[in-house]
Ligand binder design. Structure first.
Ligand code: GLY
Length: 421
């Protein structure tokens, strides 16, 4: 079987790495892929968002399955376009993917179906948004661009002045273009965050193991939010009782709600949750695997991923054996460029990659790298992730950080507290 992975980040590196281990698979391709994927699969310089280019490539390679990693092509309808061309494609279609592509739509869907989340309002109009903020009791407020903003469209405003500024940033200054023409204003919730990802074909739900992302750029959860500075699986503080409450009160009703609204979801449904004193609350949905949560999750997945992907597309997940997980925890540490999540340099040589001895218990996943004639260079804000399994979190951390210490590039930054509570 031939499989094409669409995307070029760490999530897609981990997906391609796992897919390549399947005995069902003869060849893995990736577009655009990255130098880490190119070490074991053929890559093609077609952007993930280039729908006609991806369609043409899938046809030319005569692949049996396309696995779409990132949200942008999912929300743009790549799976619909492939299905129309009779090419099997894994991931939600455009209407289902809107659960991530339109945060106002997602909040309204939750409200209609009584899925617990924060109090919220959404606005397209600057003056109405500011007038609503003026009537609020002073305090923190979360301001979100409703559309896709590459993980940068969320402001956690500590007071109403910051909230006003964030609203102006979207609705007046147009920082996120079309993605910020509508803003969602939400009560700020308190509690530990957890990412709950499930595989579903719209009828059967297969929960993955829990994972926790570390979003702020600095140790101790300080500084601005990023796409994720590291992740650990399983997530601490999710005992079985809470996990089943999350499934009952959030995941099942979400899948049903999507079905009822004609948005049947087939793929990885990601619920970003806050475990508040009053129970779990939905912070956001994503229509795909998280990055970097995918990296530790797939290190821990012992079962073959490919039959699960195929069954999701075919609507036969019910007949699959539940996935088997390595009980050992995995820790993933992201190495980022100087200045990220703001502006950062690119093209800096990366040293030491060869000094890391990868194996089933330790991998270095490429997120933002490029190959130049003289070696591999930085090409993004998030550059690489070292990911290790260990007998316990302490050992997984020790292994992941030992690999971090071998890799260098100018201005390399990483958090030192990934996996610590
Ligand atoms: N790690 C969060 C995300 O993938 O959106």
């Amino acid at each position: 079987m031939k499989i094409l992975v669409v995307g070029g980040g760490g999530r897609e590196h981990a997906l391609a790495w796992k897919i390549a281990q399947s005995p069902l698979v003869d060849e893995v391709f990736a577009a655009p892929g990255n130098p880490g994927i190119a070490a074991f699969a053929q890559t093609f310089p077609v952007a993930a968002e280039d729908l006609p280019g991806q369609l043409e490539l899938a046809r030319r390679l005569a692949v049996d399955l396309v696995v779409v990693g990132p949200e942008a092509p999912l929300c743009a309808g790549l799976v619909d376009a492939l299905a129309d061309a009779d090419i099997k494609a894994f991931g939600p279609d455009r209407r289902a993917a809107e659960i991530e592509g339109d945060k106002a739509l997602a909040r309204d869907l939750c409200r209609r179906h009584r899925i617990p989340g924060p109090g919220y309002r959404w606005f397209d109009d600057l003056h109405q948004a500011l007038a609503w903020i003026d009537q609020r009791t002073p305090g923190p407020l979360v301001v979100k661009a409703a559309g896709l903003a590459a993980g940068k469209g969320v402001y956690v405003a500590k007071d109403l002045d910051e909230a006003r500024d964030a609203v102006r940033e979207c609705l007046e200054r147009g920082r996120f273009g079309a993605a910020g023409r509508r803003v969602v204003l939400e009560d700020k919730l308190e509690g530990p965050e957890v990412s709950v990802i499930s595989l579903t074909d719209g009828r059967t739900i297969v929960p993955l193991e829990s994972a926790r992302d570390h979003k702020p750029v600095f140790d101790g959860d300080k500084g601005p939010n990023t796409g994720g500075m590291g992740a650990v699986s399983p997530a601490p503080r999710v005992p079985a009782r809470i996990a089943s409450q999350i499934e009952r009160e959030i995941v099942l009703p979400s899948v049903h709600a999507l079905n009822q609204e004609g948005r049947t979801f087939r793929g990885f449904l990601y619920a970003g949750l806050m475990l508040t004193d009053n129970g779990p609350r939905v912070l956001e949905y994503n229509c795909r695997l998280g990055d970097p949560e995918t990296q530790p999750l797939l290190m821990r997945l012992k079962s073959d991923l490919v039959p699960l992907l195929l069954a999701t597309v075919d609507g036969t997940l019910e007949s699959c054996e539940p996935p088997e997980w390595d009980p050992r925890p995995a820790v993933c540490v992201m190495l980022t460029s100087d200045g990220y999540p703001g502006n950062y340099p690119k093209g800096l040589p990366i040293e030491g990659l060869d000094a890391v001895e990868s194996g089933p218990d330790l991998q270095v996943f490429h997120s933002g790298t490029a190959r130049r004639p003289d070696g591999i260079v930085t090409a993004g804000g998030r550059v690489l992730a070292t990911c290790a399994l260990g007998a316990d979190v302490a050992q997984a951390r020790e292994r992941a950080y030992a690999a971090v210490r071998r890799i260098t590039f100018r201005g390399c930054h990483f958090r030192t507290d990934i996996g610590l509570r």
